[in-house]
Design a protein around this ligand. Structure first.
Ligand code: SF4
Length: 328
């Protein structure tokens, strides 16, 4: 059953966030929504990661630093109730202060979410999966994004039966379309993220990374089958149809929308019904989201913005967001 996670006023409009991730915005007829603060913040709390992915656009390693929990500093940023805080990195699940961050944001009435690598779904006793279960059971963590480069039934079971509010994160070009379909038909929401050819991701620039750009092309073909209603007969004949009791969900970040040229695939009316706004990639900022890197003390429109700004002492998140909007 859907419940209301948050309901608040932001600038000249209202936001209602439901437990299944649905977001409803409403305001005065004919008035463009003008946010006073970000509805969601992609918050980097660590550059540390021991996975060593060859394409890591943030270039994370075991030498990376953590931003240690600092309540006074976080208070000064004045995060607002209802804000979705995506704790990221690096590897935020390995951050020694993760529980403190979750507790802090939950207490403020924010909605803490996290992204983890698929290896965190291992059933090993005392491992990440148990840690995530405890955080959710204590009401300190809402959504869990799990980055997967392939389909795996054990990972799927952990996400479906051991955790709540999970989302499969796949990167366009790095995952085979067959795997995307296998995830799609489980009913666990799938979020397609654009491929970032920066940092270590430069190895797959459009000239050198022929394979991944070819894979992006295949994914585009698959998504068009969903978008235009022609279906996915090739995948269905191999992996079976989506079960009748499953309502598959697939969504895209703004970079993936661009790389898959989604606007061309979806009828205009439907596209704007679902589009949550520009996060700055297109030169404007209407999505009410932003990126903040606590490790480097910087902020930007999104995590691929090449020109981050320094967080000034005493600056609140609303002031930071206002300055971002002005600079677009
Ligand atoms: S892509 Fe993610 S999991 Fe891989 S090295 Fe970078 S931070 Fe770690």
């Amino acid at each position: 059953m859907k419940t209301t996670l948050a309901s608040y006023k932001n600038g000249n409009y209202n936001v209602m966030l439901l437990s299944d991730g649905t977001k409803i915005r409403y305001g005065k007829d004919g008035e463009e929504f003008d946010a006073a603060f970000p509805e969601s913040v992609d918050l980097n709390i660590t550059d540390w990661c021991d996975i060593g992915c060859s394409f890591c656009y943030r270039g994370c390693t075991e030498k990376g630093q953590h931003f240690r929990f600092n309540e006074k500093y976080l208070d000064s940023l004045d995060f607002k109730p209802g804000m979705e805080i995506a704790l990221g990195g690096g590897s935020p699940i390995k951050h020694p202060d993760l529980d403190k961050f979750c507790e802090y944001f939950a207490k403020r009435g924010c909605i803490p979410n996290i992204t983890v690598h698929w290896s965190s779904m291992s059933m090993v006793k005392g491992g990440d999966l148990e840690h995530l279960q405890h955080l959710q059971a204590d009401g300190l963590l809402h959504g869990i994004g799990v980055s997967v480069p392939f389909y795996d039934a054990t990972v799927m079971r952990a996400m479906k039966f051991y955790l709540k509010n999970t989302v499969v994160h796949v990167i366009a070009g790095l995952i085979d379309t067959n795997a995307v379909y296998q995830w799609y038909k489980t009913g666990i929401p799938v979020l397609v993220l654009g491929y970032k050819d920066m940092g270590r991701g430069k190895i797959n620039n459009p000239e050198d990374g022929i394979e991944i750009w070819h894979e992006i092309y295949l994914l585009k073909d698959m998504v068009s089958g969903i978008a235009d209603g022609s279906g996915l007969p090739d995948f269905e004949s191999t992996y079976g149809p989506v079960p009748d009791d499953v309502k598959p969900i697939i969504s895209f970040d703004n970079l993936a929308m661009k790389q898959l040229e989604l606007q061309e695939l979806v009828p205009e009316e439907k596209f704007y019904e679902m589009y949550m706004g520009d996060d700055g990639i297109g030169g404007s900022l209407t999505s009410a989201s932003m990126y903040m890197d606590l490790v480097s003390g910087t902020y930007a429109r999104n995590s691929v913005d090449a020109k981050p700004h320094k967080i000034e002492s005493g600056q609140t998140i609303s002031e930071i967001f206002a300055s971002l909007k002005k600079s677009c």
